[in-house]
Write a protein that binds this ligand. Structure first.
Ligand code: 5RP
Length: 252
């Protein structure tokens, strides 16, 4: 059937990858083909394991297409990616308006709200999402859900200034209804994860009732003293691309 044909095409044209990696690449390539056009000069590059495929596809557009473009990173990882791909590096303070930003997501709901910050980059990611005329999400099929929190269990990433973390945790536990909120620890619990901005990250799981209205809970978390940014991106993305296991792409 046509479904099988799609899989065959993907497998023969592209080098073999695991199903999830293929899905990420398919989402990224489709999004770049649709949204990164010759007239787009300032391009925001997000973080995570899907974004390298975005950059890979942009590089495939050729040296001529990229020579006048400038790429703005959301953190250390994407900066390295831009530099190692021989693309021009810029900063958001030079380019506060971005033509298009492409980024991954931990989960995306039916209204294109998403959880971000699995990689602790959501503050800078939100700045670049907000700066962009068009903000596009790319992910594999596991991230495509009706309600946030369906598959992604760690909860909402919250960047906090180190001085305030215990108080923010207490408020999340006792006031905002996230009794299991925890400080994110580095591998082997050697110490807290520290963001590119020198802050700590709290992961706060919420019940479905809160995740049905992510904007409301985001606003309440943002009001807590010491919170720098919340990894809930509400009404920000224009589209989300999900690579599926069968080689097709779902667009939301
Ligand atoms: C980092 C992020 C990432 O975009 C998110 O975690 C998705 O990553 P991946 O593409 O590896 O699934 O928000 O802060």
């Amino acid at each position: 059937g046509s479904k099988d044909a799609t899989v065959t095409v993907v497998d023969t044209i592209l080098k073999p990858l695991s199903t999830i990696e293929s899905a990420k690449r398919l989402a990224a390539y489709t999004a770049v083909d649709r949204h990164v056009k010759p007239e787009h000069i300032v391009i925001g590059i997000g973080s995570g394991s899907t974004v390298p495929y975005v950059v890979e596809r942009i590089v495939q557009q050729g040296k001529e297409a990229n020579k006048d473009r400038v790429f703005i990173p959301t953190g250390f990882q994407s900066k390295e990616l831009i530099v190692s791909s021989n693309l021009n590096l810029g900063d958001v303070d030079q380019y506060p308006t971005i033509d298009v930003t492409l980024d991954g997501a931990d989960e995306v709901d039916r209204d294109l709200n998403c959880i971000k910050g699995g990689g602790a980059c959501h503050l800078r990611e939100k700045v670049l999402a907000e700066a962009a005329r068009t903000f596009i999400l790319v992910a594999d099929y596991r991230k495509n859900v009706e309600y946030l929190g369906t598959n992604f269990k760690p909860g909402v990433p919250i960047e906090v200034v180190p001085f305030a973390y215990a108080k923010v945790l207490q408020n999340l536990h006792h006031i905002l209804g996230s009794p299991k909120a925890t400080l994110r620890m580095a591998v082997a619990k050697a110490g807290p994860v520290v963001s590119d901005n020198g802050n700590f990250i709290i992961d706060a799981p919420f019940e479905r009732e809160h995740m049905e209205k992510p904007y409301d809970i985001m606003a309440r978390i943002k009001m807590l003293t010491g919170v720098v940014e919340v990894g809930l991106f509400c009404h920000m993305a224009q589209a989300a691309y999900f690579g599926n296991e069968d080689g097709s792409v779902t667009v939301k």
